[in-house]
Design a protein around this ligand. Sequence first.
Ligand SMILES: *Cc1c(COP(=O)(O)O)cnc(C)c1O
Length: 234
Amino acid sequence: MEIAERIAENVACVRGRIAAAASASGRSPEGIALVAVTKYVGPEEIRAVVAAGCTLLGESRPQQLWDRAAALADLPVRWHLIGHLQRNKVRRTLPLVEMVQSADSPRLIAAIDEAAGELGRAAPILLEVNVSGEDAKHGFAPDELMRYLGNLPGLRNVEVRGLMCMAGLGGGAEAARREFASLRELRDRLRKDCPPGVQLDELSMGMSGDYEIAIREGATMVRVGSALFEGLTE
Ligand SMILES: *Cc1c(COP(=O)(O)O)cnc(C)c1O
């Protein structure tokens, strides 16, 4: 089967499962954005996924995002950064992305705010939360995030839109469900006395192995990579 055909089938399958999970929890599929994570594939596969209707793309490495955004500049796509951003890469990354989903520290957020000011634009971000508490993971600890938002420094250009998390590795479906539920509950608690200008509407959670669980727990964005590119033969 052609690469493009196979990818179009995968996209249809994932979209169908998103719609089914949404309706099973009484939600509209329009309320769930599919971020196609392109980190495993090359330009040909990315062009095929865009042709199949996925125009919101995610990369986890800033440098790879720069290269891809340049190579695919002719495509009508929006990029989200979903992995760790070093402060010295903010200036180069920000002009290329619609959103930084992986804002994981006060100092990074301050750097994004400053760079957005220089560009004269707003910078929508999600706050990454380390819900599983694994040392190897980036992100705010839940109580650290409460303190940060309770004492938010004046941000002029950063717009906080919501929270993002990754489920812990190897914990299985029930552990993932609990972590997604805990992100939603944290969001609901934080919303009660959110500083002005902070919106916590978005919950970015769920990847190829667990996006349906995440949708049932309230995800508004799912970040799917391998499921969109499986079954490709050279
Ligand atoms: C790679 C990655 C994904 C997608 O993972 P799959 O399991 O391939 O769907 C989602 N989110 C982040 C932060 C990633 O790094």
